[in-house]
Design a binder for this molecule. Structure first.
Ligand code: OGA
Ligand code: MN
Length: 459
C-alpha cells in the first residue's frame, strides 16, 4: 500500500505511515472505549500504549500525540479532573507546535479540540490564540473565523469580534452566522440616533436570520432585529420577526419575550393585586404611599448627594428617564436605603419582594415628553408593581395620553394607586404631562416554589 491509497492519508505523514497498523488499531480502540459506559480502565490501558508508541517514535509521531491528547481529554471528562484536562491541553499544544510535519487535517482537528478544551477550562484568552493560528492557516474555513469571532464576543472584545466576522464576510458574503453576529454587534452598539448603524445592523441580522439555520436561532438576534425594525419605523415587519421567534420557541409567545424562563408559570400581561398572592402586603405599601413619596422627593431636593441615575440601556426614545435603585437582585443598596429608610423597611417586611434575585426595587422618574421604546424584561420569574407617587395631570389633555402599554392592554398611573404587570411582555411607556415619579417593585412570580426562589440564579 502507498500513502496515497491509504484511507487516513489526510492525517498521516510519512513517518506515521510506517506506524499505521498500530495507530489504526489504537484509534479503533479509542472509538470503542468512548462509546462505552465506564471506559476509564480501558482508556488508561490505551494511554500507556500511546505512550510506548511515542517513545518508540522519539516523540515526533503526530497521530500518536493526537491519540494521547484525545485519551487524556476523554479521561478528564470521565473523571471530571482539571489536572487531566490540562495535560490534554498540553498534549494538543505540543502537537500544534510540531509545525510543518503535522498534516493540515490533523492540525485542524487538534487545534479545534485544543481551543474547545481551553474554553471549557475558562482559558478564553488562550483559546483565542489557538483559534487565531487556525484562522490564519485555514482561511477557506469560515467556521474557524466565526468561532474566533464568537470567542472575542464572549470575552467582551467586540471590536475584534467585528473584525473576525467582517473578514469572514469578505470571503463569504452570504455566511449567515457571520451576518447574524456582526449585525447583532452593530445593532446593539449603535449610538442613539445613529440611523445608519441601525440600518446596517438590521440588514445584516435580517440576512443572517433568513436561513433559519440552527446556529443563528438565538432569541437575542430575533429581539434585536424586531427592535431595530421598530426603531426604523417598520412595526409590521418587526411583528413578523417576533412571530417567527415565538414559533421557533426562542421566547414564550408573540407578546412575552423574555429569554430566561421557567416553564409552566401563569402568563398574562396584567395582574390584579389579589392574583399576586400577596395582596395584603402590597396594600401595606399602598397605604403608606405618601411616606414613600416624601422620601422620593427628598432625594430630588438633596443636591449634595448622588441622586437619580439616567436610564442607560438605550430604551428612552425622547425625553428624560431616570431611576433611584433601592434593591437589586435581592440585595439592598445600602447607601440608597439609608436615605429612604421607611420605604426600605416596608419592602424588608415582604420577602416576596426583598429576596427577589430576579428583580429590583426602584423609584422611576420620567419628565414630560418622554417615550420609552417598547421592550421586554429578561425573565418570566417576576411580576412588576408600579405605585403612583407624583403624577401630574397633563396640561393639554387633547394631545396626550400618559401611561403604559403592556401587550395589547393599557394602564395609567394615579397617585396612591398600584397596578401589577408582567414586564416579560412587550411594553412601552409615555409621559406627556410633567415630571412623574413611581415606585417600581418586582415580586417573585407566585407560581414559583420556595426551592426555585432559593436557587434560581440572579438576573
Ligand atoms: C418598567 C418600565 C417605565 C417607567 O417598569 O418595566 O419600563 O414607567 N417602566 O418607569
Ligand atoms: Mn420595562
Amino acid at each position: 500500500m502507498t500513502l496515497e491509497s491509504y484511507s487516513k492519508k489526510d492525517i498521516t505523514n510519512a513517518q506515521d505511515f510506517l506506524l499505521r497498523d498500530q495507530l489504526d488499531h489504537l484509534e479503533e480502540q479509542v472509538m470503542q472505549a468512548a462509546a462505552e459506559k465506564d471506559p476509564t480502565s480501558k482508556l488508561k490501558a490505551i494511554l500507556s500504549e500511546f505512550e510506548s508508541l511515542l517513545i518508540a517514535s522519539h516523540h515526533t509521531s503526530p497521530r500518536a500525540m493526537y491519540g494521547k491528547a484525545r485519551v487524556l481529554d476523554l479521561l478528564a471528562h470521565e473523571e471530571e479532573s482539571n489536572a487531566l484536562l490540562e495535560q490534554a491541553i498540553q498534549k494538543y499544544t505540543d502537537l500544534l507546535s510540531l509545525g510543518p510535519s503535522v498534516p493540515d487535517a490533523l492540525f485542524k482537528k487538534a487545534g479545534k479540540k485544543c481551543s474547545q478544551l481551553m474554553e471549557f477550562r475558562g482559558w478564553t484568552a488562550k483559546a483565542i490564540q489557538v483559534q487565531k493560528v487556525l484562522a490564519a492557516k485555514f482561511q477557506d474555513s469560515p467556521d474557524i473565523s466565526n468561532k474566533l469571532g464568537l470567542l472575542y464576543l464572549l470575552s467582551g472584545n467586540n471590536k475584534a469580534a467585528r473584525e473576525a466576522f467582517r473578514s469572514v464576510l469578505q470571503t463569504f458574503p452570504t455566511n449567515n452566522y457571520a451576518q447574524a453576529h456582526l449585525g447583532f454587534i452593530i445593532k446593539t452598539e449603535a449610538a442613539p440616533g445613529d440611523e445608519a448603524a441601525l440600518q446596517e445592523g438590521v440588514a445584516l441580522l435580517k440576512a443572517g436570520l433568513s436561513s433559519k439555520d440552527k446556529e443563528v436561532l438565538d432569541g437575542r438576534f430575533f429581539l434585536h432585529l424586531g427592535d431595530g425594525l421598530r426603531r426604523l419605523g417598520k412595526p409590521q415587519e418587526a411583528d413578523l420577526v417576533f412571530q417567527d421567534g415565538a414559533e421557533l420557541n426562542l421566547f414564550p409567545s408573540f407578546w412575552q419575550r423574555s429569554l430566561f424562563n421557567i416553564g409552566g408559570l401563569k402568563a398574562q400581561p396584567l395582574w390584579t393585586l389579589e392574583e399576586t398572592g400577596i395582596q395584603h402586603q402590597l396594600s401595606t405599601i399602598v397605604d403608606n404611599w405618601q411616606v414613600i413619596r416624601d422620601e422620593a422627593t427628598e432625594i430630588l431636593k438633596d443636591m449634595d448627594q448622588p441622586g437619580f441615575v439616567r436610564e442607560s440601556e438605550n430604551l428612552a426614545d425622547t425625553g428624560y428617564w431616570a431611576q433611584f435603585e433601592l434593591y437589586r437582585q435581592g440585595q439592598k443598596i445600602g447607601n440608597n436605603c439609608l436615605r429612604t429608610p421607611l420605604t426600605c423597611a416596608l419592602v424588608d417586611s415582604i420577602p416576596q419582594i426583598s429576596t427577589n434575585r430576579r428583580g429590583q426595587v426602584k423609584f422611576s422618574l420620567m419628565n414630560g415628553g418622554t417615550h420609552a421604546f417598547a421592550h421586554a424584561g429578561p425573565t418570566n420569574c417576576r411580576l412588576r408593581a408600579h405605585l403612583g407617587l407624583s403624577i401630574p395631570r397633563s396640561k393639554a389633555p387633547s394631545k396626550t395620553w400618559s401611561g403604559l402599554r403592556v401587550a395589547d392592554k393599557f394602564v395609567t398611573w394615579n397617585e396612591g394607586e398600584m397596578f401589577v404587570f408582567d414586564d416579560s411582555f412587550d411594553h412601552e411607556v409615555w409621559n406627556e404631562s410633567d415630571e412623574r415619579i413611581v415606585l417600581i417593585l418586582d415580586l417573585w412570580h407566585p407560581d414559583l416554589t420556595q426551592e426555585q426562589r432559593d436557587t434560581l440564579p440572579a438576573i
